[in-house]
Design a protein. Structure first.
Length: 319
């Protein structure tokens, strides 16, 4: 076990790479998530945690944590997790504190179900918490994400926080990555009318500013400040540009075997008014599909069956 005093504020993962003797960031990240790192005696499992100057970091390298025996055919690797509190979570955890856990639900997994026989991401997390976080007796999910999509899901460690977050969920700032089949002007805005109860009248006009993250000859990945509740209105606006969200609906192309929707950011306000912004990475399926694509200002060539607009036709929108 080694220890060192932090001289200036920095990210925990960067500190270990500078002083911990880890050969790769993956090894350092694994050690943190395995519970082998403490900050002033408190176990920290989030690699992106900011550590202040003056605190003491204590760590054990993975090679020292497990000493394999002669002719050991894998038992030594399992011994690392004999302590239930060091068990890795079933999904990537992007944030954890004494009140909340935020994890990334993968596409293809049901979030929650009233049927006990259905395996869901929430039940897997709850089962893991019962062993790795036994002190958390009263846990509740906060938000839902449809099966074919992915993104950040929140689990509150008490009922009061869950109610608070759900009551303010509609006003929370959220961000989504959206992959569409087709092309749009780079860094523009999509407009669409919300449904109206009166079939003879239009609903309110909505604007969806976006950033163009990547574009291939067939697909475009966009970045929005919106949530899943906005998707139906956004899809109606996309149709006006001959674009569809991939994997969403029977008519849409499905090159990834999942939808092109990912909730990457959630900004929440705690019970005491403190604000936190939680973020996740771009899903691997998105990266693979967009591999070889060009940057934000790229305008891919028109394909035979896709209608595109030139940048001059779009109206630049600033917030």
């Amino acid at each position: 076990m080694e220890r060192k005093l932090v001289e200036s504020e920095m990210v925990l993962l960067d500190f270990l790479m500078d002083h911990g003797g880890f050969s790769t960031r993956t090894r350092a990240r694994t050690a943190i998530k395995a519970g082998l790192v403490t900050v002033d005696g408190t176990m920290v499992r989030i690699p992106s945690t900011m550590v202040a100057a003056g605190v003491t970091i204590t760590w054990t390298s993975l090679s020292k944590a497990v000493k394999p025996k002669d002719f050991d055919l894998g038992g030594a690797a399992k011994s690392l997790h004999k302590d239930p509190k060091t068990m890795p979570a079933p999904y990537d955890i992007v944030h954890e504190d004494e009140h909340l856990i935020a994890y990334v639900k993968p596409a293809g997994m049901v979030f929650a179900s009233p049927k006990p026989q259905v395996k869901t991401s929430y039940t897997r997390m709850r089962e893991w918490m019962s062993k790795a976080r036994p002190e958390c007796k009263d846990v509740h999910f906060v938000n839902r994400i449809e099966k074919e999509s992915s993104g950040i899901c929140l689990i509150a460690k008490d009922l009061q926080l869950r109610k608070h977050l759900q009551d303010h969920w509609d006003s929370a700032e959220t961000g989504m990555y959206v992959v569409v089949d087709g092309h749009l002007p780079p860094d523009d805005v999509i407009t669409a009318f919300e449904p109206s109860e009166d079939a003879k009248k239009r609903g309110p006009l909505r604007e969806f500013p976006y950033r163009t993250m990547r574009a291939t000859s067939t697909h475009t990945m966009l970045k929005f400040r919106m949530c899943f509740n906005d998707v139906p209105v956004l899809m109606s606006g996309l149709r006006r540009h001959s674009c569809m969200v991939v994997g969403k609906g029977k008519e849409a192309p499905d090159p990834m075997g999942r939808s092109g929707l990912h909730l990457y950011a959630v900004e929440i306000k705690g019970l005491d008014g403190e604000q936190q912004e939680l973020k996740s990475r771009v899903p691997n399926e998105f990266l693979q599909l967009m591999k070889g694509g060009k940057g934000p200002k790229a305008i891919p060539g028109k394909s035979a069956n896709k209608k595109t607009r030139s940048p001059q036709e779009g109206t630049r929108h600033t917030r």
